[in-house]
Design a protein around this ligand. Structure first.
Ligand SMILES: Cc1ncc(CO)c(N)n1
Length: 304
């Protein structure tokens, strides 16, 4: 589908109702990532969160201690109930526990293929390497053919999409986008591109080109919940009518602001403060490498 560019990026469509965003994710009881990240991010940006639970994490601010999947039927039933009722404008996939749940998400996304599907590839430190291999395969085969944009950090995407890549030369964002494109995903937002010193480079790329490069100063400390926050922000902004080129710098600015105000609540890593968010546009980074054309987020199953 093609999202129209908006003059007022964060305005609700028609100015009347918040844009509904359905997110598939696990619950994280420490509130750093998972559904809590999605709900707070989407709501703070002005959207309406429709959280669909895929599983339960047992975690604190230091580590994930256990995870439990909900049944694929339960995942599908929750999503169907929401989609048949609320005017959902975009779908986010955070984490879906296992192949059966990813298949359920893919079936729903395929039924609603007019909606943009924003897919986050999380690090999965709580999974065994066998579980990670299965997750990678299911993401490639079932989810990427339907996704509009894939979001993930450079090393995670490299390990998944280009495991055979020359380890002496790290892949470019275009290399990663080309690998995603082979499975059907047109755009990739790669965070933490290798950079000297304290700079982080986040690149929006297609197989053909780097559409935008957004460099930010790396904030000191270790954070959890960054990927969920960024991908939920991106999804909410797209749901509100932003073009992808508008939404990416806004979502990155939102993450940056949340990390700048990060909370040290537990004994482990810092947690983004997603309620802390200045008026839109105030601190959006320069996006002088962005192209002005509107990108087509069509998810077209016919390419497969
Ligand atoms: C600005 C920024 N974004 C993300 C991270 C997470 O690594 C960081 N340290 N700083």
């Amino acid at each position: 589908m093609n999202l129209p560019p908006s003059e007022t990026p964060l305005a609700a469509p028609g100015g009347l109702q918040p844009a509904c965003v359905l997110s598939f994710n696990a619950n994280d009881p420490c509130g750093a990532g998972g559904l809590a990240a999605d709900i707070t991010t989407i709501a703070t940006i002005g959207g309406y969160p429709a959280p669909v639970a895929t599983g339960i994490l047992v975690r604190d601010s230091s580590a994930v201690l256990a995870h439990h999947a909900l049944s694929a039927e339960l995942v599908a039933e929750q999503a169907a109930a929401v989609l048949e009722d609320l005017p959902v404008r975009a779908i986010k996939l955070g984490f879906a526990a296992n192949t059966d749940n990813l298949a359920a998400v893919a079936a729903i996304a395929s039924d609603y293929d007019s909606l943009p599907l924003i897919v986050h590839m999380p690090d999965l430190p709580w999974c065994t390497s066998e579980e990670i291999d299965d997750y990678h395969d299911a993401m490639s085969e079932l989810v990427l053919p339907l996704a509009s944009v894939l979001v993930g950090n450079h090393s995670t995407l490299w390990r998944w999409l280009l495991p055979q890549h020359d380890s002496a030369r790290s892949p470019s964002a275009r290399d990663l986008a080309a690998a995603a494109q082979q499975h059907g995903t047109p755009y990739v937002l790669v965070t933490g591109m290798p950079q000297p010193d304290a700079v982080l480079d986040n690149q929006l790329a297609s197989a053909e080109t780097v559409i935008a490069s957004h460099k930010v100063a790396r904030l000191p400390g270790r954070f959890i919940g960054c990927g969920d926050t960024l991908s939920a922000a991106l999804c909410a902004l797209l749901a509100s009518g932003c073009s992808l080129e508008q939404a990416v710098p806004e979502a990155l600015a939102y993450l940056d602001a949340s990390l700048g105000a990060a909370l040290h609540l537990g004994m482990g890593h810092a947690i983004p403060d997603r309620m802390y968010w200045a008026e839109p546009g105030d601190d959006a980074p320069d996006d002088d490498t962005s192209s002005s054309a509107s990108l087509d987020l069509t998810r077209d199953d016919t390419t497969h």
